[in-house]
Design a protein around this ligand. Sequence first.
Ligand code: NAD
Length: 536
Amino acid sequence: MTATADAPTPVTTTTSSHRPAWVTDRRLASWNRWVACPVSGGAKTLTAIAPYDEMPTAPVPACTPDDVVAAAEAARRAQADWAALTHGARAEVILRFHDLLVERQDEIMDLIQWEMGKARFHAWQEVLQVANLARHYAVHGAKYLADRKVRAAIPVATKAREVRKPKGVVGIISPWNYPLYLGVGDAIPALLAGNAVVGKADPQTPLTLLWTRALLAEAGLPEHVWQVVTGPGAAIGEAVVDNVDYISFTGSTATGRLVAQHAARRLIGASLELGGKNPLVVRADADLQQAARGTVMAAFANTGQMCIHIERVIVHTDVYDAFKEALLAATSGQKLGQAFDFSYDIGSLASRAQLEKVSAHVDDAVAKGATVLAGGKARPDLGPLCYAPTVLEGVTDEMDLCLGETFGPVIALYRASDDEDALRVANQGRAGLSASVFSKDLDAADAFARRIRAGSVNINDGAALAAGSIEAGMGGVAESGSGRRHGGEGIRKYTDSQTVAASRIGPVGPLPGQTLEKFVAMGNGQLKLLRRLKVR
Ligand code: NAD
């Protein structure tokens, strides 16, 4: 990790020269006050490294596990009053937050870029997604959580309904790649459902989460309802899992396994949004220009550091050569660089660890015989952690990047003899997050999509379409995780259902003086009647 927990950071002149001018010490202090460190008092700090110049950003207080315990207790105390408000009252806070976020988007885009290095357009996509989620759940959350009337055990004499109750305190652990979308987008439905939240900031991107916490305070969120904790994953992340009633985790499959084991020991629920190795299939009838454009957008978005981005491109042999030409032309048109404006399509990688991982995957593939069609190397001339958008051919099973997630701007091209062959390659491995199919025949593409092992499939789009369809669930199957964000599941998961059943005739069972035989005969009669009436 590029961030370290250490002793109070000495005042030094060697800070990132890319610090946005408006990020004054006063502003920093106003965000740092939202770090929940009541026990340690923030005696230690952590400082991330800015990708654009590999210099320190700004220190934030680092929490201890005892701080997390205290933060969860404070959240628990605040939760009851928050849950007692109407959904409408909570929604007002979230709608005010929406407006403030849209208004101040330049600030948060600056911070995201400074901390994480992505291109500005991809930072804006985070703003767009969170604004949409905020509005969607504020407006439709009550409907998703409404009581559900069901047929009770005895028609007329009894009634039953399922009601939704907040879990209590929800833990949210998110990674650095989408610090706004994943850190905040998952917290919004949890809050609207009446929970308090303990959110762990990734050590690479704490300022983004703290800026947003401050904005929610401005929007009217009560002081203790959302606690932000900071610090290294193992110690602080585990402390979060140990002290909450439900955990929403986004990160790697390896860490997700640990979190799941931990949650299982405590018998708390968990949603796990994990890694992918996402395929894009180009059928013989695809519009090749569209497919090439969609591939480039989905493969290199967020500098390839996006869970749903495309890493494997499987092309029907009849159109392989023509598609390759279109893809290489589209790739060469991508502008790589770092600037706090919209002048580049692809930004920097987020950390030296990321650069080393991406380079190692490509170097291993090349050493084992893969061919580099584009890129294939770092671009230190454009930025210390920039890596050229890369297209490989001839990738085989023994290469690390064949089925291992690269998480960088790198794709491998595969040739498929027909649809069945394409499906076989697409379903290789154990991941199952997102996939894409390009075809002019929407019915055939739909049938194909249903056979791909993936939580989402995009037809004639690389990745953004399903993720942007926020009324539908988003998540993984197999080793890409379980549980969904977005849509009904994305808010209901933060609640328990409670069945409330009422009888107008007292306890359900044999009436006083009625023999068990008579009661059984009556029950059997009811079964027959209900079947004839097709009631059950
Ligand atoms: P990571 O698993 O290393 O870290 C994710 C978060 O977990 C961080 O905040 C980290 O501090 C914390 N953490 C680390 N160890 C922990 C532990 N033992 N207990 C609790 N928390 C712990 O992931 P990363 O490499 O930083 O992020 C990239 C990964 O996330 C990629 O695999 C990517 O595909 C995945 N991801 C998935 C989705 C999705 O929606 N499926 C979205 C974004 C990223």
